[in-house]
Structures are given as structure tokens and as C-alpha cells.
Design a protein around this ligand. Sequence first.
Ligand code: NAD
Length: 253
Amino acid sequence: MAKLVNKVAVITGGSGAIGAATARLFLNEGARVVLVDIDGEALERVASELDSPDVSYVTADVSKAADVQEYVEHTVKTFGKIDVFFNNAGIEGVVKPVTEYPEEAFDKLISINVKGVWLGLKYVLPEMNDGGSIINTSSVAGLAGFESMSAYVASKHAVIGITRTVALETAGRGIRVNTVHPSPVDNRMMRSLEDGYAPGEGATVKKGFEASIPMKRYATNDDIAKGVLFLASDDSKFITGSKLVVDGGMTMH
Ligand code: NAD
């Protein structure tokens, strides 16, 4: 039995690696999906690869309230009310110790990774069906410190606090709100971070990260998408305000 039949899902960061993998899985499980991203060209490409009448997309900046209201309105007009919200857009920022971290880079990261998540909740919730499910993307960086990533780590810890609070506010409507916590994923974002730690020597940094993971590998985009599907579907019906850690054991110690 498909797990998201008749469900309408919104995915922010929808043309990114994890967002697109999740969109594919949601479609296979019967959902209608709206992809939201700031990168219009990538959205077009991903939507054409998905090649389904059940996909629509909106170019929007999740840190701008007017854009968020627009993607919510677009979704309701196109497919009706929202059942699943994968609140996933985020940026990695720069890799620098706190003393050298540019203030503008800090502000930009927080406006996307924290305010963007918060704005999504603010405007999606009024248009969400009771019994819906929200998945906010945190990270292993929401559970531990990572050197030279103070803004990112702060943002991913903040996502947990927002999640716990909104889970309390929405439980009466049967709406569940949880976080997913990926370890390093084998995709563009990690290539950028590896290069940030050691320009031109990303492969060595990758080996170091892999050595710190009990299962000795990065996650795939699909590893994360499958965790998100679990939280989106009725299989997790009694789980709210909780954390799904998909990290090959990286943070178990
Ligand atoms: P990605 O860079 O492929 O995807 C992120 C997407 O967000 C991109 O498509 C980007 O265009 C979009 N985006 C950036 N700023 C935006 C804005 N202002 N408005 C709308 N869209 C915006 O990386 P990914 O790995 O797919 O990351 C998805 C989420 O997973 C992020 O929140 C990231 O922090 C988190 N995460 C990633 C990893 C990893 O190793 N890649 C690990 C843990 C958590």
C-alpha cells in the first residue's frame, strides 16, 4: 500500500539533493508535490526529470515572508490544502573559526536556516489539514559541535527548539512536528564543506569524516529521504516533537 495517497506535500530546498530525492520517493508513494527553491533553473530541471502531472514548483526565497506566503497560496490553488511539509531548505555557510566568521555570513545563514524554517511554519500551518506532518531538517550539527561551523551549528540546534515548541502548539490538531538529523550526505553541500576545511584536499577531509562514523560511510540522499517518508506517513502517527537521527551511528557516543 502506498503511504502518501491523496496527500499534498510541500518540499523546500526542493531542487537540492535531499529535497529532490524525497520528492521522487513521495511521488512513488502517491503524493502530489510542490517543490520550492530559490534556484529557478534547478527547479525546472528537477521538475522535468520527475516528469509527473503531480509535481508543481515555485521559485521562492524561504527567508522572505512574501515569498513564503506565495508558495503556500500556490500550493492551495494547485493541489488544495497541505498534508505534509518538508521544511528543508538550508545553506552550509562558510567554514571559519568564530573569530574570523563574517557577521554578514552569520546573518544570512540564520535568516535562511532559522527564520526560513520559522516562516514556513507560520504560513503553512493555517493551510494544513488536521492530522498533517511537518519535518524540519536539522543535522548531526543540531546534536553536537563542529569546529569552524558556529553559525550552521547554532541554526541546526535552533531548529530543534522551534520544532519542540510548534509540536506543542499543534498537537491538539493532530499535526505532528519532528526533526530529521542527517550525518554528512554524499552530495554538493558536503563537497563545499570539505573544500572549506581544506581547499583542494576535500577527499582527505571526507576520509576523516567517514572514519568518525561507525558505519564508515556518508549517507545517501535516499537514506535521508526514507527517514523523511517515515515521519511524513502514518507509520509515525504517535511520534511528535521527536528527532530522527539518520547518521550511521555518528552521534551515538
Ligand atoms: P543542497 O544544497 O543540495 O540543497 C539545499 C537547497 O536549498 C538548494 O537547492 C538551495 O538552492 C536551496 N536554498 C538555499 N537557500 C534558499 C532560500 N533562501 N530559499 C529557498 N531555497 C533555498 O543540500 P542538501 O544536502 O540537499 O541540504 C538539504 C538540507 O539538509 C539542508 O537544510 C542542510 O542543511 C541539511 N543537511 C545536509 C547535510 C549534507 O551533508 N548535505 C547534512 C545534514 C543536514
